[in-house]
Design a protein around this ligand. Structure first.
Ligand code: ZN
Ligand code: ZN
Length: 149
């Protein structure tokens, strides 16, 4: 395909490494544009799968063990509830052309709306295979899927 060189406007093949007239790096530019298009496509095609998988920050348990040192220098150990999964141990799974993602409960809507990048701290990339279901049952958690109330 012939495109206009963005630098000198001469027609040049989109597969040329560089513009023969001005030396502009055509193939690099084209690759960048394609990557941007793919990112945009990914951003606008996210959809919740309706399923859940283990929350990675807390390993599906709903809480995390934390170590600390008190004022006197004594080490201590305790737990903290996991905010990513709201203590449920499971995260909703969202699918996009880039694969599957586990997303912190609070941020699912923003992620699906394309307002969060896949590199966000609230998003865990799970790869192209559908993730396994949660390891532990979720006591007291609203069941996934349409609610009856
Ligand atoms: Zn040129
Ligand atoms: Zn968690």
């Amino acid at each position: 395909m012939l495109i206009a060189c963005p630098e000198c406007a001469h027609e040049v093949s989109d597969r040329a490494p560089a513009c023969p007239t001005c030396g502009f790096p055509i193939s690099e530019h084209v690759a960048e544009q394609r990557a941007a298009e793919q990112a945009e496509q990914e951003r606008t095609s996210r959809s919740p799968t309706g399923s859940y998988t283990d929350c990675q920050p807390c390993e599906g348990r709903g809480f995390r063990m934390i170590d600390w040192t008190d004022e006197r220098g004594q080490p201590g150990r305790g737990f903290t509830w996991c905010e990513s999964c709201r203590e449920s141990g499971r995260l909703p799974v969202v699918e996009s052309p880039a694969g599957f993602f586990a997303v912190a409960v609070e941020h699912v809507d923003a992620f699906v709306a394309g307002e969060l990048p896949t590199s966000s701290a609230y998003v865990t990339a799970l790869g192209s295979e559908a993730p396994p279901p949660p390891t532990y049952p979720a006591p007291g958690l609203a069941k996934p899927g349409p609610s009856s109330s």
